[in-house]
Design a protein around this ligand. Structure first.
Ligand code: PLP
Length: 518
């Protein structure tokens, strides 16, 4: 190749005065890296990452450090450097810094929020995706990547029992996946051209959104960003199991219709963030059908459990939804970021986002993802998900999800057996519980005792999160402050869940002693 020869010639002459025609035809960009250097640095980094992953279980989940200590450890307050530096030293130092000052959601005792460890093949997939760097907004710019994303979307639908001819795309996470579905519902259900006229078109009724009080905060952001406003949300009460009360939903929809409003969508939750509750999807779906309301399911957390036979029967109801949001960076263990929006009728996605006619290539209809969502340039998020689905297979995934659920149940049992802990809920792979010193156990329910327990458990969560032995987050159920352990972690084993009660009780005793002394 002539270009290559030119470069070799230039290399030889590099130390001499560059000839005039070299200066004009060859560029020496500061970011250029020759293949030998790339290979050396890449191998070194892969070795470091492998060592990091291997040693993760032996270290703490996180370290107790202040924001300024983290900044100071790597001079993160300094000015933008004017001159560049040696990339080998740079990568070496940066990897060391990250390994020493991060929170590791890949640790087997990390149970906070709903955050999964990265699948190793997904780590490598992101590297490969960045190297090819397709722009998955347009088919022409990403022939292979677009087709891999399409297959990934179909496989996700297949895995959770959703129609294979649905539309969908990968986005940054559950929030964005829910937004995409929300905007599809808005375009479909407004009785005017809402994309052109906006939501304030005064010819028709107000668009209404329905969801339970347990719904994730995405719904407020969506109502706000979509122009409906958070006041358009009808918060539907929940039953004793924190599931949406379908009778209350029916009353609200019917009274809104009578008042001239337009019920736009019901956002049901398949696996609530706090406790893993699954709304009664079959009944909600039937009610939506009866009244022509868009039936959306937020399955960001629990959607993938629909693939596991022993998980909730109600999850099977998501197959009837007009749209579903799932989150591959949760229960598919994809490295952040990866969410996925699925819409039953692909034309509804185009109707919500496209400004172009469908695109044809060699007489076949080709997918331009720019027409199916809000993004223009798009990265190759699908690769890490696609690789992991192929690495583990559907059976491998069903096993990992079922094991996470089983381990959460085992943790709940271990908590229930402990004399100083009170188990409150266990659903999907989330257990909620609290520390109740045995000497005040008989007085639980008394307001003074409950206030003490709230303060005690609040401090306990904080202490556990800083301590590094295990990491739990919190939930508020029935007004009470609880610890919450969620397992979407294929590194977690029985020994890890059995260790939790004693760690919590030990730290709980310390906190209780300090609070009582005050
Ligand atoms: C995690 C979660 C979200 C938000 O998803 P992100 O990936 O964090 O954007 C929304 N809804 C539910 C039920 C979730 O569990």
């Amino acid at each position: 190749m002539p270009a290559r020869r030119d470069r070799q010639v230039t290399k030889k002459t590099q130390t001499n005065e560059p000839r005039k025609d070299d200066v004009e035809s060859i560029r020496h960009a500061p970011l250029e890296m020759d293949a030998a250097t790339f290979r050396k640095l890449g191998h070194r980094l892969v070795d470091q990452v492998a060592g990091f992953l291997e040693s993760l279980p032996d270290g703490p989940v996180t370290r107790e450090e202040s924001p300024s200590a983290v900044r100071d450890a790597f001079n993160l307050t300094g000015p933008l450097p004017e001159e560049g530096m040696d990339p080998e030293a740079l990568l070496e130092q940066t990897a060391k810094f990250l390994f020493a000052h991060s929170l590791f959601n890949g640790h087997p005792r990390f149970f906070g929020y709903i955050t999964a460890p990265p699948a190793p093949i997904g780590i490598l997939g992101d590297f490969l995706a960045a190297a090819v760097n397709p722009n998955v907004g347009a088919w022409t710019l990403s022939p292979a990547a677009t087709e891999i994303e399409s297959q990934t979307v179909r496989w996700i639908a297949e895995f959770i029992g959703y129609p294979l001819d649905c539309g969908g795309l990968l986005v940054s996470g559950g929030n964005m996946a829910n937004f995409v579905c929300f905007l599809a519902a808005r375009a479909a259900k407004a009785r005017w051209n809402v994309r052109e006229q906006g939501v304030s078109a005064d010819s028709a009724g107000k668009l209404r959104v329905y969801c339970s009080a347990e719904t994730h905060t995405w719904v407020q952001k969506a109502a706000d960003l979509a122009g409906l406003g958070t006041a358009s949300i009808r918060w539907i009460a929940t039953d004793a199991k924190l599931r949406m009360d379908v009778a209350a939903l029916r009353r609200q929809i019917e009274s809104d219709i009578a008042a001239g409003d337009v019920p736009c969508l019901v956002a049901a939750t398949a696996g609530s963030v706090s406790t893993g509750a699954v709304d009664p999807l079959p009944e909600i779906g039937a009610l939506c059908k009866e009244h022509g309301v868009w039936f959306h399911v937020d399955g960001a957390y629990g959607g993938f459990a629909a693939a596991v036979p022993e998980a909730h029967e109600d999850l099977r109801g998501l197959r009837h939804a007009d749209s579903v949001a799932v989150d591959p960076h949760k229960w598919l263990y994809a490295p952040l970021e990866a969410g996925c929006a699925l819409v039953r009728d692909p034309e509804m996605l185009r109707a919500a986002f496209a400004y172009h006619p469908p695109y044809y290539h060699f007489n076949e209809r080709a997918t331009n993802y720019v027409d199916f969502g809000p993004q223009n340039s798009r990265g190759f998020r699908a690769l890490k998900v696609w690789l992991a689905l192929r690495h583990a297979g559907a059976a491998g995934y069903r096993k990992m999800i079922a094991d996470d659920i089983r381990l959460s149940q085992a943790m709940a049992q271990a908590v229930g057996r402990h004399a100083d802990l009170q188990l409150v809920t266990q659903d999907l792979s989330i257990a909620t519980f609290r520390y109740v010193p045995r000497d005040i156990r008989a007085d639980v329910g008394e307001e003074k005792i409950e206030l003490h327990l709230d303060a005690l458990n609040r401090e306990l969560v904080d202490r556990l999160q800083r301590g590094g032995e295990t990491f739990v987050s919190n939930a508020v159920v029935g007004g009470r402050y609880l610890l919450r352990a969620c397992i979407v972690n294929f590194h977690t084993a029985q020994v890890d869940v059995e260790a939790v009660p004693e760690i919590v009780a030990r730290v709980g005793r310390q906190v209780d002693a300090e609070l009582c002394r005050e």
